[in-house]
Design a protein around this ligand. Structure first.
Ligand code: ATP
Length: 228
């Protein structure tokens, strides 16, 4: 599904990612693990096309990021670590923006926007602007935007940060259900217990390189090293 090969990223003269390679199969959840600054968000941003790569290829269902960027991009959605909302748009207007950019038909859009707003308990905030929302609520708006289009691949950076226990639990259940229905998920989290519950396999980055990878069951002894 997602194939990342020989990925190299430099920012200025600094090497940020070097020879990173991995794949994500259909319906699987892959945990991207590593200490602060290991390069996890950079992997996500590079897949999104927000960060240029120096070398390497990224393909999604055989669509190459460099050759057909729009077709590539339509297949994925990203939940960044920090909510990235526009101050001049209300919650509903953010949903509409995403619905339009993924070309959702109106009926599907209305149904999904309503369902997700209720699931995330922000149905009473649809006409609010980001500045009047709490951080957790902004995170929920961002999360809903990414969940609206039902794309084959979700990239999720620290999905549980800022969410209360109840919302984090609901999101975890939702992601498990999505994966069971065939959505592939690449996620980062420093909450290693959640990662162990959610992921099928892990990739551990260390100073911008893949240090280890394997099935999540083999992850135990890595937990300490991963967060050091
Ligand atoms: N815009 C930038 N300019 C310069 N250096 C950057 C930039 N963005 C990231 N870096 C550097 O790239 C490296 C990887 O950062 P990245 O955000 O990918 O790490 P991370 O694994 O997601 O960390 P965290 O767990 O803290 O979120 C770090 O050394 C960081 O300082």
């Amino acid at each position: 599904m997602l194939e990342v090969k020989q990925l190299k990223v430099e920012i200025g003269k600094e090497s940020i990612l070097d020879n990173v390679a991995f794949s994500v199969e259909k319906g699987s959840v892959v945990g991207l693990i590593g200490h602060n600054g290991a390069g996890k968000s950079t992997v996500m941003k590079t897949i999104m096309g927000w960060q240029d790569k120096k070398e390497g290829t990224i393909t999604l269902n055989q669509v190459d990021q460099d050759q057909s960027f729009i077709a590539f991009k339509k297949q994925l959605a990203y939940i960044p670590e920090e909510p990235f909302l526009l101050p001049e748009l209300t919650t509903m207007q953010h949903f509409q923006l995403y619905g339009q950019s993924y070309q959702l038909d109106e009926k599907t859009f209305t149904k999904r926007a309503q369902e997700l707003s209720e699931q995330f308990e922000i149905a009473d905030k649809l006409n609010e602007y980001p500045e009047s929302l709490s951080k957790g609520m902004r995170q929920k708006v961002q999360t809903i935007c990414a969940l609206l289009p039902e794309v084959p691949l979700l990239l999720i950076d620290e999905p549980f940060m800022g969410l209360d226990v109840h919302a984090a639990h609901d999101l975890q259940e939702m992601l498990i259900e999505k994966a069971q229905n065939g959505t592939s998920i690449l996620l980062t989290s420093h909450q290693l217990e959640r990662m162990e519950e959610l992921a099928d396999t892990y990739i551990m980055l260390h100073h911008g390189r893949v240090a280890e990878h394997g099935v999540i069951e083999d992850f135990d002894s890595l937990s300490r090293r991963g967060t050091e």
